[in-house]
Design a binder for this molecule. Structure first.
Ligand code: GLU
Length: 472
């Protein structure tokens, strides 16, 4: 048996991190068994589905590298198929037409509520042997209902939650097509999972109650139901429903915040799944190790600090090409031209120990790619003093005279300069930093100046001296 899993989002908004985790679990499970993973857009609710949301889902999945093994699938392109299945079910007697009007159903509900009963369809149009159905009213388009078994149980052996038993008498006859002929959500899911040969349905546990109905319909169609894994929710760090105040919700917001996609996957895989106390996994390791035995049945909590930690571990160790692709994007987001400065890979190597995100790295590296627009006020006050101006003037002359612009030569020059004047190194290095970077933090001075280049370094030292003189 080839494992086939799917991620089936309804396109009503951005790709939420909860959805991304479901997609990741589905993807990993399929890959683990050499199977296939597909992305299915559940856009039957035409009022709530938007093209922007579809685009946002594709964008998020692409950024995370969760690629579908099939072409794009949209439920709205499969209506003919759903209608054909419904016609077949009417013929087989596993579905029937119901001519109840809205008023009748409202009245039924009111009566049941008055009797303190659970509101449910009473089966008045359900054909049974020997039963006479009401006369068909004129001018009423019927809905189609599934003839759910009235006896017995549905036993769901959920891969995460274990056994859950549902009594058929608790399930009423689900509407599978509306009066206008459009199929309903639960029905489309069933036909799709069947047609697409889905072997494992992995989804949020908000769908548990749909499952017995879906299993019954599959059985009525003569299909073998897939296995199900219902994954518990992601909560905020305080145990409340995850919301904006706990951190960003959309996957692409994490990109803007400076996360690497692989770090995001790594963070997400540990939300609800564990493998001993291992925290960091390559994609390949996730694929090899992911299983449902270690997916928790209870909700997990989102921990922003941990997400940052994971991201930092990736920034420090990830393949430079991979980081460079994202870093380039971040520089451009800040209207910086990556070509107008040092090779971004060299900058990453210098910055990655000190930055937890690519956004931070881009902000702290902007001075390499654009003219300074000013100095950090506090840093300038402290380090760009009259005394510092003399240091920068003299040191500038020495640096200008270096025969080669190399790290070691710069290092020797700066250190030698401080020693010769019996100055603490910081008295030299900090004014240089503020002059060249606009702030008092940067990678080591020799590396910073090397990457900045001779022309820019000397021009910035001169500009800082002018700044001090003008201020004084
Ligand atoms: N379209 C459903 C949702 O976005 C998922 C349905 C499923 O996975 O079966 O919640």
């Amino acid at each position: 048996m080839t494992v086939v899993t799917r991620f089936a989002p309804s396109p009503t908004g951005f790709l939420h991190i909860g959805g991304a985790r479901t997609a990741l679990f589905s993807y990993l499970y399929a890959k683990r068994f050499g199977g296939k993973f597909l992305l299915r857009i559940e856009d039957t609710d035409r009022e709530r589905s938007t093209q922007e949301a579809v685009d946002a889902i594709f964008e998020g999945m692409k950024w995370l590298g969760l690629h579908s093994d099939f072409d794009e699938i949209y439920q709205t392109q499969r209506f003919d198929r759903y209608k054909a299945v419904i016609a077949q079910m009417l013929e087989d007697g596993t579905a029937y037409r119901c001519y109840c009007s809205r008023e009748e159903l409202d009245q039924l509900r009111a009566e049941q509520q008055a009797r303190k009963e659970k509101p449910r369809y009473d089966g008045r149009w359900r054909p049974e042997p020997g039963k006479t159905l009401p006369p068909i009213p004129e001018g009423v388009e019927p809905v189609i209902r599934f003839k759910n078994p009235t006896e017995g149980q549905v036993v769901l052996n959920d891969l995460v939650k274990g056994e859950i038993v549902f009594d058929n008498k608790e399930l009423d006859d689900l509407i599978i097509a509306r009066a206008d002929g459009t199929p309903t959500y639960n029905f489309c899911v069933v036909v799709d999972d069947w047609d697409m040969g889905i072997t494992h349905v992995i989804r949020g546990d908000d769908h548990v109650n749909n499952t017995p109905r879906q299993i019954n319909i599959l059985r009525a169609l003569g299909a073998t139901p897939p296995q199900y894994a219902h994954v518990a929710m992601i909560l905020g760090s305080d145990g409340a429903k995850l919301s904006k105040r706990h951190g960003a919700l959309g996957v692409m917001e994490y990109r803007a915040m400076g996360f690497l996609p692989e770090a995001m996957l790594n963070y997400l895989v540990r939300l609800g799944w564990s493998h001993g106390d291992q925290e960091l996994f390559t994609r390949q390791e996730m694929i090899e190790k992911f299983d449902f035995d270690h997916v928790s049945a209870s909700p997990s909590r989102f921990d922003m600090e941990k997400a940052y930690w994971v991201n930092h571990q990736y920034l420090k160790t990830a393949d430079l090409d991979e980081v460079a692709g994202e870093f380039d994007w971040h520089l451009r987001q800040q209207n910086l031209d990556p070509a107008n400065g040092p090779d971004i890979k060299d900058v990453i190597v210098q910055q990655r120990e000190r930055c937890r995100t690519l956004l931070e790295m881009a902000e702290k590296s902007a001075f390499f790619y654009a003219d300074l627009t000013g100095y950090n006020e506090k840093d300038a006050k402290k380090h760009l003093t009259a005394e510092a101006a003399d240091v920068l003037t003299a040191l500038g002359a020495e640096l200008a005279a270096l025969s080669a612009w190399e790290a070691e030569a710069i290092h020797t020059s700066v250190n030698g300069f401080a020693e010769a004047r019996a100055l603490k190194l910081a008295k030299v290095a900090q004014p240089i930093r503020v002059a060249c970077c606009g702030m008092a933090v940067s990678p080591p001075i020799d590396q910073t100046l090397l990457l900045l280049g001779r022309e820019r370094t000397l021009a910035r030292l001169r500009a800082a001296v002018d700044f001090v003189r003008q201020a004084g």
